[in-house]
Design a protein around this ligand. Structure first.
Ligand SMILES: Cc1cc2nc3c(=O)[nH]c(=O)nc-3n(C[C@H](O)[C@H](O)[C@H](O)COP(=O)(O)OP(=O)(O)OC[C@H]3O[C@@H](n4cnc5c(N)ncnc54)[C@H](O)[C@@H]3O)c2cc1C
Length: 335
């Protein structure tokens, strides 16, 4: 990282931490040290940080809750900008069925607020552990839905510290995709349009979605949710990614501390001491075996953060890593 003095941003020292283990910022609990983590308290802090990052050409990564990120064991030589709880706040207008909320707002709480206000539309996101900003960037959701369906507009900051309002048409929402993934803007606030519903019925639906998730997904081990995105062609041949991986005989496959979950094969769990390389090798093995059976190479939903700060779908890093290993050093077949 270039020579930096973050005190010049005017951001208080308490919001700047040095040498932070990225494992503490990821749901996978994997990752070496980042040089600096900055947690802006408000838009004015964020503007100062982004201007400084641009002027000093500092490698950086924006994160929310880290629930979709695989950090590298080699860590990150740059600055993590953490959009957390201070970017909260949630204004509900039951009359026009809209919600405006901060990018750091916790998604399950946001959905609970919408349910209590009798507003329908985003209940599918009730069990997704992340920030609203991260959810919008990833166009996350469940039951094959995405939050983008209900986004009216997003407020986002550029690296000059200027705020922009982007309308839904500007955001390029597609399955688990938005133009916000291309970088250049930090989401600060989101406006959602919901529909009036019945709070009691919505509450019942929320409970049933949570019960279904609890029954299906790994309970205890650290994980980052579904590893692969569903592909309609693969779905027709072998089912969703978890079923395809299971049919390929890989459920339970271990690579040191990482394991394809014995509960749901589209999850990789950290049983303790897993390294980023272990996860990447399991990702590659799952793709390769499913491709042998179907001719289709699955793509990852989770993102790998390289030590140089490039964020990309983890299967690309997995393929690169595996190509660099000799064939007799590949992932062993499941027992
Ligand atoms: C147990 C578990 C279950 C999950 N279930 C689901 C599910 O059902 N459906 C689903 O879609 N996902 C699921 N996920 C994945 C994850 O929760 C979502 O992708 C989530 O929306 C990511 O939010 P985050 O705040 O953690 O973002 P992060 O993981 O921190 O970041 C994700 C991406 O968004 C970018 N980003 C984050 N915040 C901002 C911002 N304010 N401005 C600009 N860029 C930003 C980051 O740079 C990164 O590229 C699950 C994860 C876990 C651990």
């Amino acid at each position: 990282m270039p020579e930096t003095d973050f005190s010049k941003t005017g951001v208080p020292a308490a919001s700047i931490r040095h040498n932070v283990m990225l494992s503490s910022l990821s749901r996978w609990r994997i990752g070496g040290a980042a040089d600096v983590v900055m947690t802006p308290r408000d838009e004015s802090d964020l503007a100062a940080i982004l201007r400084y990052i641009k002027a000093a050409a500092v490698p950086h990564v924006i994160i929310g809750d880290g629930s979709n990120l695989l950090f590298d064991d080699a860590g990150f030589r740059g600055v993590i900008v953490h959009i957390g709880r201070s970017f909260g706040g949630c204004d509900i207008s039951p009359d026009d069925a809209t919600i405006a909320a901060g990018a750091g707002f916790w998604v399950p709480s946001l959905v609970r607020h919408s349910v209590n206000a009798g507003l329908a539309g985003i209940i599918h996101a009730i069990g997704i552990p992340g920030t609203l900003g991260g959810l919008v960037v990833m166009n996350g959701g469940s039951q094959r839905k995405g939050i983008g369906d209900h986004v009216v507009a997003v407020e986002a900051m550029d690296y000059e510290g200027r705020l922009h309002r982007l309308e839904k048409a500007d955001l390029g929402f597609a399955y688990r995709r938005s133009v916000l993934q291309d970088g250049g803007l930090v989401v600060t606030r989101v406006l959602l349009q919901l529909t009036p519903g019945d709070a009691v019925a919505l509450r019942r639906e929320a409970i049933s979605i949570m019960a279904a998730r609890r029954a299906k997904f790994p309970k205890v081990r650290a994980n980052c949710g579904s590893v692969f995105v569903s592909d309609p062609k693969l779905y027709a041949l072998m089912g969703p990614p978890g079923e395809a991986i299971e049919k390929a005989g890989l459920k339970g496959l271990r690579m040191n501390g990482a394991q394809i979950s014995p509960e749901h094969a589209n999850f990789i769990v950290n049983n303790g001491g897993a390294h980023s390389e272990d996860v990447l090798r399991l990702i590659h093995e799952a793709r390769a075996r499913v491709a042998e059976a179907s001719g289709i190479w699955m793509e990852a939903e989770v993102r790998h953060v390289r030590p140089d700060g490039v964020i990309r779908p983890a299967h690309i890093s997995a393929a690169e890593l595996t190509a660099s290993l000799s064939s007799d050093d590949r992932c062993p077949a499941p027992l």
